[in-house]
Ligand binder design. Structure first.
Ligand SMILES: NC(=O)c1ccc[n+]([C@@H]2O[C@H](COP(=O)([O-])OP(=O)(O)OC[C@H]3O[C@@H](n4cnc5c(N)ncnc54)[C@H](O)[C@@H]3O)[C@@H](O)[C@H]2O)c1
Length: 258
C-alpha cells in the first residue's frame, strides 16, 4: 500500500537538492506533485525527467517572494493535479554575514525568501486545505532554527521565525484538520553546501572540517531528509502537529566533538 495515495503536494525549491529528493520520494509513494522553483530551465528539465517515468506531476517556474505568482501557481496546480492538500515549504537560501556588516539588502533578501516566501505559499494553499477538511504543511527549517553559528547572520533569525510560524499556524488551524510541522536538517550534501565550502580558501579542508564536526563523521544525504518528509506528510503521524523533527546525525546535541 503506497503511503501518499491521494496526496496532492505543492513543493517549492523542487528543481534540485532536498526539494527534488522529496519530490522523488513523494512520487514513489503515489503522490501527485506540483513542483515550483525560480530556476525555470532546471525545473523544466527535472519535471520532464520525472514525467517520463509516469509521475502525476505539474510544475511552474515562480519565485516564492512573488505572492501573486504563487497564487497563480496554486490555481494551476488545482487545475492540473487537483486541489492541493499538502505543502512542502522547502525553497530557501543561505544569507551569511557578520551582524554589523549585514546590508539592508541582505537582511531583506534573507527574510523575503526564507520566511515571507514560505508564508506566501501557506497563504495560497490554506484556504483550499481548510475547505477540503484538512491536510499538512511541512516547513524545511534548519538546526539554525534553534542554534547559532557565528558569522551566519541573519539566516538563523529567519529559520527561528520559520519555526515560530510552524507553531503558530499549527495551533491556529489544528481544529480544522491542518497539521503544520517542520524538519530541521543539519548539513545536507547539496549544491548549497558545496557552494559554502567553495567560499573558503581551501574547500577540501572546509569539507573535512564539517565532516569532523559530526558524531558519525558524515553529513546527511537529501534522500535521508526526504524519508522523514514522506512520514510527516503522510497519515502515519495524525497527531503530530506544531513540532519539529531534527535530522542532523546528533550534531546539535553534542557539547563538542570528541
Ligand atoms: N543543505 C543543507 O545543508 C541544509 C541544511 C538545513 C536546512 N536546509 C534548508 O533546506 C532547504 C533546501 O536546501 P538545499 O540545500 O536543497 O538548497 P539548494 O540550493 O540545493 O536548492 C534550493 C532550490 O530552491 C530554489 N529557490 C531558492 N530561492 C527560491 C525562491 N525565492 N523561489 C523559488 N525557488 C527558490 C533554488 O532555485 C534551488 O533549486 C532550504 O530551505 C535550506 O535552508 C538546507
Amino acid at each position: 500500500m503506497a503511503r501518499l495515495s491521494g496526496k496532492r503536494i505543492f513543493i517549492t525549491g523542487a528543481a534540485q537538492g532536498i526539494g527534488l529528493a522529496i519530490a522523488r520520494a513523494c512520487i514513489a509513494e503515489d503522490a501527485a506533485v506540483f513542483l515550483v522553483d525560480r530556476d525555470a530551465a532546471l525545473l523544466e528539465s527535472v519535471a520532464g525527467e520525472l514525467a517520463k517515468d509516469g509521475a502525476r506531476i505539474g510544475h511552474q517556474a515562480a519565485d516564492i517572494t512573488d505572492a501573486a505568482a504563487i497564487s497563480a501557481a496554486v490555481a494551476k496546480a488545482g487545475a492540473e493535479i487537483g486541489t492541493i492538500n499538502a505543502l512542502i515549504n522547502n525553497a530557501g537560501v543561505n544569507v551569511f554575514s557578520e551582524p554589523l556588516e549585514t546590508t539592508d539588502a541582505e537582511w531583506d533578501r534573507c527574510f523575503d525568501i526564507n520566511l515571507k516566501g514560505a508564508w506566501n505559499c501557506c497563504k495560497a494553499v490554506l484556504p483550499g486545505i481548510i475547505e477540503a477538511g484538512g491536510g499538512a504543511i511541512l516547513n524545511i527549517a534548519s538546526t539554525h532554527a534553534f542554534t547559532i553559528i557565528p558569522h551566519t547572520f541573519p539566516y538563523p533569525l529567519a529559520k527561528h521565525a520559520l519555526l515560530g510560524m510552524t507553531k503558530s499556524l499549527g495551533l491556529e488551524y489544528a481544529g480544522r484538520g491542518v497539521r503544520v510541522n517542520a524538519i530541521a536538517p543539519g548539513y545536507v550534501a547539496t549544491q548549497k553546501v558545496i557552494d559554502y565550502w567553495n567560499g573558503f580558501d581551501d574547500p577540501e579542508a572546509a569539507k573535512a572540517e564539517t565532516m569532523k564536526l559530526h558524531p558519525g563523521g558524515r553529513i546527511a544525504t537529501p534522500e535521508e531528509i526526504a524519508l522523514a518528509a514522506v512520514f510527516m506528510i503522510s497519515d502515519e503521524c495524525p497527531f503530530m502537529n506544531a513540532t519539529c523533527l531534527t535530522i542532523d546525525g546528533g550534531l546539535s546535541v553534542q557539547q563538542h566533538p570528541a
